[in-house]
Write a protein that binds this ligand. Structure first.
Ligand SMILES: [Zn+2]
Length: 335
């Protein structure tokens, strides 16, 4: 079993009743234990400052390190130990990338705190350092092209900022339109040499399985096939699930697993099964653990019975939005 996890992730508590809580990973680890998969779990080392500096500024690193106690933004709190556990989350992403890259196998890094809202010189939105971005940078040391696919319900503004001018790292995001952090317009396509290598597919509330299916078939998979990455890093948030009340998206567990199936098959055909999932958001423990457990079972060739598989969007609710993205991206890709 290809899982990266550290028990110390449970020590990260922002404040009481914060949705990004230790219970999230407790749900996942309980689910995995119940699935009776092979039981080997990799425990990561904390990332080094040198790792952090591959995507963040020195000023920002020192700011977080010496922050003390208090609010980084209205939703993100720092206290004693936050810096250390944030380094451990980055370490989890790096460890996942290395294991997948050298082992030619899919890996799931079950980490927290999440990372995709952390940009070069800022954190926020429950994030301190950008785990997936630093993992992708590590992968780029060993390869030429890395794709990051972000299926958290929120736009990964931090990841986008970090790689906005980079043609070596493709960033694709599907997210709900009009919610935090307010970025990820169709027209944000990258800049300079990176033009065309940022792909945004904002979706209206109530978009679910059929909308994601359409977006993957007509935009995401064709672009991945043309980009030909050496490894795919998936920023997975399960907050696009209909059970998750944080956002208005309506993916079912079956919808998530259908995406996971496409990505696994893609990795088999194009990049030696090099595929790393890095956990971002997802605040309903039942949905979160069902999806993460389902994805990891799929790595081992097993199906699990699903509880949350109502398909609530059968009529491609986000069709117009997808067409808009497609039109803009057709300048850069054959779609
Ligand atoms: Zn999110």
């Amino acid at each position: 079993m290809a899982i990266v996890y550290h028990p110390e992730y449970a020590t990260h508590i922002q404040f009481r009743h914060h949705p990004e809580s230790p219970e999230r990973l407790e749900y996942i680890m309980r689910k995995i234990a119940g699935l009776k998969l092979s039981q080997e779990i990799t425990t990561p080392e904390p990332a080094t400052e040198e790792d952090i500096l591959t995507v963040h500024t020195e000023k920002y690193l020192n700011f977080i390190k010496n922050f003390g106690t208090g609010y980084l933004d209205g939703d993100t709190y720092i206290r004693e130990g936050t810096y250390e556990v944030a380094l451990l989350a980055v370490g989890g992403a790096i460890s996942g990338v290395s294991e997948s890259f050298f082992g030619n196998k899919p890996v799931f890094s079950i980490v927290r705190p999440p990372g995709h809202h952390a940009g070069p010189d800022h954190g926020g939105g429950f994030c301190y350092f950008n785990n997936a971005a630093i993992g992708a940078k590590r992968a780029l040391k060993m390869s030429e092209r890395v794709a990051i696919l972000d299926i958290d319900a929120h736009h990964g503004n931090g990841t986008q900022e970090i790689f906005y001018e980079s043609p070596e790292i493709l960033y694709i995001s599907l997210h709900e339109w009009g919610i935090f952090p307010g970025t990820g317009f169709h027209t944000e396509v990258g800049a300079g040499r990176g033009k065309g290598y940022t792909v945004n597919i904002p979706l209206p509330a109530r978009s679910g399985d059929s909308t994601y299916e359409e977006a993957f078939n007509t935009i995401v998979m064709p672009i991945l096939e043309q980009f030909m990455p050496n490894i795919v890093v998936v920023s997975i948030g399960v907050d696009a699930h209909y059970k998750d009340i944080m956002t208005g998206l309506d993916l079912s567990s079956a919808g998530y697993l259908s995406i996971a199936r496409k990505l696994l098959e893609f990795s088999e055909e194009y990049c030696n099964r090099r595929l790393v999932y890095v956990l971002e958001g997802g605040y309903n423990g039942l949905a979160l653990s069902e999806v993460v457990g389902g994805v990891i079972s799929m790595f081992e060739g097993k199906d699990i019975p699903l509880q949350y598989e109502d398909v609530r969007d059968t009529s491609i609710k986000g069709k117009e939005y997808i067409e808009k993205s497609k039109k803009i991206l057709s300048k850069y890709w054959k779609l």
